[in-house]
Design a protein around this ligand. Structure first.
Ligand code: SIN
Length: 485
């Protein structure tokens, strides 16, 4: 294996108060390339004492940072956007090596991730307020918005750049300082990002990074410290619930982007070319390792067989392999545990009567690979109907009526994204309105964009990231009342 030059150049220590420092315990951990199972880098392994030092640094500069001019904060983000964009190839090579996604997708994520900085560089100078006169005419009210204070940011491994920039961008724009714990499976992209932010002029202490193999220890140190005023988390619903319980003790602000179980509805009046393209995007982006991935594909009976066959044809054409190799369309899953889960979910569906149209197995050799798979006539009792698959497996289930499709779509405690394919405009709005999700892809398999509010309802989360809503999550409303002269 050749380690990408960009990985070898990284400083892999903790980043606290503008300094690269080893963990106080001296501990380190290995980062593994999921395509080769070889060690890619050795990273400082922080613990509670490092976490507290990081929060000390964030707290110390909060007031000064909040007082910087919005334009200055915006320009730091803008410079960071430009540096990320200039270094697309380097960052993509780090991301592919630690996370597995094919290089072309990694470059796509670099563009997506960088755009959060450009978007929030523009939002930084648009933090507005309001003023009003009381109904009795006696008091004037000024409504201002201020940074919420030091924030705890916790990000997942599946989008190692974009999930960080989606939180750091609005926090910087709002004037908040941060303590940041990237996922332990993919810490390297975040280290590259920190270097860029420092180079772009982010003052010492504003962003502090603690990588760790013991997230409970590090994050609990922050969550139980009343100086931390907000937590923004992307990850699983069970962990989100624990953080919400911890947040309650100090009444912290929370943003939670949690698990999904996205329904993907194809009606018999849909343009099947569009629906197949949408399914490929919603299922295969990131090898299916996205919270917004199509998890349950419901297709109206008249077109279900044709849809499954055509989807299988597209999936069969994909090349599986190390994402660093030219022409590879499907990289490995993140780790052995993730692969075992996918194997188990497919086996369970097949035992319950699903037909394997393509795939259903893994290639020989090293790496956590699973072949692109289409299962048709999947029983609604199958475990993958109620579990986020997080793998390249499309589970197709036929339905008969619109009412049935809506009921199936909503029969889950989750409500992140949902997809709908139809050429009937009335049905498009009727079903979009009825779907219990935060985001609907209407004749498209991609809903995400830095300019659009991303987030879920039900057990998929609280709050929104991106859009004009994204910065509100990092701002408090302050009311100033004065007698009307
Ligand atoms: C996720 O669902 O894991 C994030 C995906 C996105 O930002 O599109």
């Amino acid at each position: 294996m050749t380690t990408p030059a960009a990985v070898s150049k990284l400083n892999t220590n903790l980043f606290i108060d503008g300094q690269w420092v080893p963990a106080r315990s001296g501990a380190t951990f290995d980062v593994v390339n999921p395509a080769t199972e070889e060690v890619l880098a050795v990273v400082a392994d922080g613990a509670a004492a490092d976490a507290t030092a990081a929060l000390d640094a964030a707290v110390a500069v909060q007031a000064e940072w909040a007082a910087t001019a919005p334009r200055e904060r915006g320009e730091i983000l803008r410079r960071a956007f430009e540096l990320i964009t200039e270094r697309t190839d380097e960052i993509a090579s780090i991301m592919t090596a630690e996370m597995g996604k094919p290089l072309a997708e990694a470059k796509g994520e670099v563009a997506y991730g960088a755009e959060f900085f450009r978007w929030f560089s523009e939002e930084a100078v648009r933090i507005s307020g309001d003023q009003l006169l009381a109904p009795d005419g006696k008091t004037r009210y000024f409504v201002q918005r201020q940074p919420v204070g030091p924030c705890v940011l916790v990000t997942p491994w599946n989008f190692p750049l974009a999930m960080g920039t989606r939180k750091i961008g609005p926090a910087v724009a709002a004037g908040c300082t941060m303590v940041f714990k990237p996922a332990e499976l993919t810490p390297l992209t975040s280290l590259a990002l920190v270097e860029i932010l420092a180079e772009a002029g982010l003052p010492d202490g504003v962003l502090n990074v603690v990588n760790t193999t013991d997230p409970g220890d590090v994050v609990t140190a922050w969550m139980t410290d009343p100086r931390a005023r907000k937590v923004s988390f992307t990850g699983s619903t069970p962990v989100g619930k624990q953080l919400l319980k911890q947040a309650a003790d100090n009444v912290m602000r929370t943003s939670m982007e949690l698990g999904g179980n996205a329904p993907f509805l194809v009606f018999d009046d849909a343009d099947l070319d569009v629906a197949i393209g949408g399914a490929m995007a919603a299922k295969m982006r990131n090898m299916g390792e996205a919270c917004v991935a199509a998890n349950r594909i419901y297709v109206q009976s008249g077109v279900a067989e044709e849809f499954s066959n055509r989807l299988a044809e597209k999936m069969r054409a994909l090349t599986v392999g190390d994402g660093a190799t030219e022409g590879v369309g499907v990289g490995p899953l993140i780790e052995q545990k993730a692969l075992d889960k996918v194997v188990q979910l497919v086996d369970d569906a097949v035992e319950r009567g699903a037909e394997v149209k393509v795939g259903g197995d893994r290639p020989e050799g090293d790496g956590f690979f699973y072949n692109p798979t289409v299962l048709s006539n999947v029983s609604s009792e199958s475990d993958l109907m109620s579990t986020e698959i997080f793998g390249p497996v499309a589970a197709v289930v036929p339905f008969d009526t619109e009412e049935e499709a809506i009921a199936l779509a909503n029969a889950t405690p989750f409500g992140l994204a949902g997809y709908l394919f139809t050429t009937d405009l009335n049905r498009a709005f009727r079903v979009s309105d009825a779907m219990e999700v935060g985001m609907v892809g209407l004749n498209t398999g991609i809903v995400s964009n830095p300019a659009a509010p991303f987030g879920g309802i039900k057990q998929s989360g609280l709050g929104r990231e991106g859009g004009s809503e994204g910065i509100d999550e990092f701002l408090e409303v302050k009311l100033i009342a004065m007698p009307q002269p």
